[in-house]
Structures are given as C-alpha cells and as structure tokens.
Design a protein around this ligand. Structure first.
Ligand code: FAD
Ligand code: NAP
Length: 457
C-alpha cells in the first residue's frame, strides 16, 4: 500500500524470487510518492530513481493499481483476506503542529502544503498563500525548510523544471526580501545537511547571515572545539561558523533575497492583524547552560523568559511529518510517528508488514528508505521460508477479490500503462512551455486521460 520509494524498493527485493507476485496500490492516480511530490523541482537528478521504479512496474510479476486508497477505497481486513502478505508503506501524509496561539492565522501554512502546492499535489493546488510580503519566517532547521527557503529565493532556471506553472509565476513575482529560518536549538543541533546548506548559501553568498552573528563566540566556540565531532557534523558546523564570520561583513550593494539563519528561538505565538492575517512571529529565546551542551547534538536548551518579535507576512511551519492512522487496530508509536514493528514485521499482526517512513518515522533520504525496505522484504522472505506466513501454499484471490470491492464503489483503477499516458501528456505540455513537464493537478483530469479520453491539458 503506497507507491513511493518504500513501495518500489520492497517490491524490487520481493520479485527477485520468481514465484512472488506483487500488487502495488496507490491512493493517487499517479505513482512515486514524494519523489514526484516532495523532492524539489530544481533537484531533477534525485528523481532518476523513477527509471528503475518504471522497470520494476513493467515486470510481469508486478501490477500497479492507482486511485485506490487504504482506509477509504479498501479496508485493511479486505487486503489481509485477499493476499498472503500486506506491506503498508503509505508514508507520512500529515504534518506536525506547533500547538501555539495563532497557528491558524491567514498566511501561516505548513511546509507539507507549500511543497505540495509548488509540486502540484492535487489537494494542495488551491492553497491560499500570498507571497506579496517583505519577510517570511520558516520554522524548523531541517532539509525541507531549506528546500522552501531555496525555492522562495528564486533559483536560476526554476521555470525550466517540473514546478507547477502557477507556483513558478507567483514565486517569481513575489515581493519577498528577507527569509528567516527559525530554529529552537543551536548550530550543532540543526538537522539539515551540508550539501543543501551550501546550495542555499551559494544562491546569495553575501546575503546569508547567522543570528545572532555572535552565536559561536557567545559560547567561546572556535574551530579547535569541533575536532571531536563526527566528520559530517564537523564540516557542516565549520560552514556555519565561516558563515557567521562572513555575516559580520555583508556586502553593501546586496540586492537579492536575504536569508537569516536564526538560532535559539522557540516559537511562542503568532500574532495577526485585524483581518486575521499573520503580522508577526513571537519567539522565546533559549540558551544552553554550558559550552558542553552547545556542542552536544542531543542537547536541549532552556527557556530564558526573554521574548522577541519578528515582523513577517508569511509563516511556513517546517517541523516534520507524521502518519495518518488508517486502521484503529494498528499499533502506533506516536513519539516516532511510525507503526510499531521489528524489521518491518508489524507487532501483533501476522502477515502485516511496513516499510519506509511509515516504519521508521518521517526521517531520512531515499537511500535510507531503501535500507528499511530491504529489511522488510527480507523479513517476508524469511517468514515464507520458515512457514511463518499462514497459507502460502494455497492461492489467495488477490486483485480478483479487490476488484469486486472497487467495482461496487465505482472506483476507477489506474494501471501503470494509464500512468504512462499521463506521463507522456505531461511531458508534451512541459515541452510546449520550455520545461521538463507540466503536471496535471486535478485528479479528474488524470482519470480522464487514464480512461483514454484526451484531456485539454
Ligand atoms: P512516500 O514517498 O511518502 O510514499 C508514500 C506513498 O503512499 C505516496 O505515493 C502516497 O500517495 C501513498 N499513500 C498515502 N496514503 C495512502 C493510502 N491511504 N492508501 C494508498 N496509498 C497511500 N530524499 C532524498 O533522498 N533527496 C531529496 O531531495 C529529498 N527531498 C525531499 C523533499 C521533501 C519535501 C520531503 C518531505 C522529503 C524529501 N526526501 C528526499 C525524503 C524522501 O522523499 C523520503 O525518504 C521517501 O520519499 C520516503 O518514502 P516512502 O515510500 O516511505 O513515502
Ligand atoms: P527534520 O529533518 O526532522 O527537521 C525538522 C525540524 O523541525 C528540526 O529542526 C526540529 O528541531 C524542528 N522542530 C520540530 N518540532 C518543532 C517545534 N515544536 N518547534 C520548533 N521546531 C521544531 O524534518 P524535515 O525537514 O521535514 O525532513 C524530513 C526528512 O526528509 C529528513 O530526513 C530530511 O533530511 C529529508 N529530506 C532530504 C532532502 C534532501 O536530501 N535534499 C530534502 C528534504 C527532506 P529539533 O531538532 O529541535 O526537534
């Protein structure tokens, strides 16, 4: 259940055994999950994994059934009855909340919706967002926050990518002058990575600053204090430290979009104007008690009781994702945001497995999802070999049974060959606009194309 990287990587390993068939179900009419709908449009190389997923989907052992949703079109018990094993890999489709006053003010959006909007997720296409403001606050110091900041900073050739046309136009005409990336902890606790940070800095080398610029000297931290860190953390911190030094001398003729990476700032309240529209983010300053805490990746700062207000016209909350619970009997670890499992085996449910973000929580890159998927597939293969999976020697009805349920609900199913028609039309429309692709953003249009009716895209 789910056709993101986890769905495809789990399938790839399973069908390496010639006597195993896999049916992949997907809520949307189109496959590939966050590879299509999360990965930033200016990172097309990351989407190359789609080639290998397409090869997998074309195998005789694999079927793709799009526009079928677990929890909506199908119940978990239907799937368990129809198949020898069911793998849940439907990702993390909700976002975490700050739970602070004013969070629902107008022009306060989640990164999940904002990313979905520029990437063409059907349910996000009508996101109410106004980019006619001077200053944006992005809350969170993860890679999704950096993606949002970079896209708002108008990287070169964005109009040639697969970004939706409507988003590209609004972004290019935006009046944004300053972007704050607001983190509640310090530079040693950021969860973004060096390649992504460097990319943002390189967009505007003289416009990127740390706040406070004295963050390292306040704690008397210099290069020599970083030697005990892991190589990855040390290099990232060195880049931040160098940026803090350069930030003291910003270029006077700078006219681009300024980016301020703000530390030790815990969101406290969002204030809005008389129309209910965000006007300011109030933060509480935090601090570390010791230098040791400052350089400890796992340390949590304490509140100082001092507050600061950042005037802004847009707030993007980028503090992580969490999963939707599609069946009340599934054991959930709410802290991790994952189904309780051991190597992909779901606790208390024989023949039910999970992989990808649903198994690990919403953390890690596509390669990490590959590892989780291999673990899960190996567990399934072991359970087959050790006769732990009930009834593997007898046939199960599979899609024959599921199709009857879907027919009763008049649920149109999109096959992989139908997706290839959608794919083709999207590429054609993109070509006409001088870009990689122009996505369909309406499910109805996708279904029209899938059913063979030509759509005016
Ligand atoms: P998903 O990719 O989320 O796939 C889940 C699939 O399940 C989706 O297709 C979804 O539509 C489907 N689904 C949801 N609900 C249901 C349901 N009820 N029934 C049936 N199907 C359902 N990693 C990188 O390596 N490089 C990057 O540049 C990168 N950029 C990212 C940018 C963003 C904004 C985000 C959020 C993540 C990014 N990642 C990146 C991480 C990467 O996307 C994830 O590691 C990976 O997609 C997780 O795979 P998954 O299959 O578990 O989940
Ligand atoms: P993330 O890496 O977990 O970052 C979430 C950020 O939100 C952290 O800085 C966290 O701070 C902060 N946060 C959480 N709760 C908060 C709260 N209540 N108040 C204030 N701040 C809060 O999540 P993500 O950015 O959504 O990324 C998800 C995964 O996708 C990551 O593994 C990421 O690397 C991956 N991804 C990769 C790429 C890429 O490779 N280019 C691009 C995008 C995403 P604390 O640390 O203090 O909790």
């Amino acid at each position: 259940m789910g056709s993101g990287p986890a769905g495809f990587y789990t399938t790839q390993k399973l069908v390496s055994r010639k006597n195993i068939n896999v049916d992949i179900y997907e809520k949307l009419p189109v496959p590939f999950g966050l590879v299509r709908y999360g990965v930033a449009p200016d990172h097309p190389e990351v989407k190359n994994v789609i080639k290998s997923f397409t090869t997998t989907a074309s195998s005789d052992q694999v079927n793709f059934y799009g526009n079928v949703s677990i929890g909506d079109s199908l119940k978990l018990e239907d799937l368990v009855e129809a198949y020898h094993a069911v793998v849940l890999c439907y990702g993390s489709s909700l976002d975490k909340l700050l739970n602070i006053e004013g969070e629902r003010s107008k022009n306060t959006v989640s990164a999940r919706n904002f990313v979905g909007w520029y990437n063409g997720v059907p349910e996000d296409k009508d996101l109410e967002i106004d980019l006619n403001c001077d200053t944006v606050c992005i809350i969170g110091h993860g890679n999704v926050a950096l993606d949002c900041a970079r896209i708002l900073s108008k990287p070169a050739n964005l109009d040639k990518t697969d970004i939706t046309n409507y988003a590209q136009k609004l972004i290019f005409n935006s009046g944004i002058k300053k972007i704050y990336l607001v983190g509640r902890r310090g530079p040693l606790q950021v969860s973004f990575t060096i390649k992504e940070l460097r990319e943002l800095i390189n967009l505007n080398p003289s416009g990127t600053r740390l706040e406070p610029s004295t963050i390292f000297t306040d704690y008397q931290i210099g290069l020599r204090d970083l030697v005990s860190l892991t190589r990855q953390r040390r290099r990232l911190t060195e880049l931040l430290l160098n940026t803090s030094i350069n930030g003291d001398n910003p270029s006077k003729d700078f006219s681009g979009i300024e980016c301020r990476i703000k530390f030790m700032s815990k969101p406290h309240e969002i204030l809005s104007d008389e129309n209910g529209r965000v006007k300011c983010l109030k933060i509480q300053k935090t601090k570390f008690n010791t230098r040791e805490d400052f350089v400890n990746e796992g340390a949590n700062p304490i509140d100082t009781g001092e507050f600061e207000s950042i005037d802004c016209g847009l707030i993007i909350r980028s503090i992580g994702y969490k999963p939707l619970v599609v069946d009340k009997n599934l054991p959930i670890n709410h802290r991790l945001g994952a189904i309780v499992n051991t190597n992909g085996r779901i606790q208390g449910h024989r023949s039910l497995y999970c992989s990808g973000w649903l198994a690990t929580g919403a953390t890690g890159v596509i390669a990490g999802t590959l590892n989780s998927s291999l673990l899960t597939a190996r567990s399934i293969l072991e359970d087959i070999d050790c006769k732990q999976l009930p009834g593997v020697d007898a046939d199960r009805p599979g899609f024959k049974m599921i199709s009857k349920i879907l027919d009763k609900k008049s649920n149109q199913v999109v096959h992989f060959k139908d997706w290839l028609k959608i794919d083709d039309l999207e590429k054609q429309s993109g070509k006409a606009l001088g870009k990689i692709r122009e996505k369909f953003v309406e499910v109805d249009k996708m279904l029209e194309v899938a059913s063979g009716k030509q759509s005016d895209h």
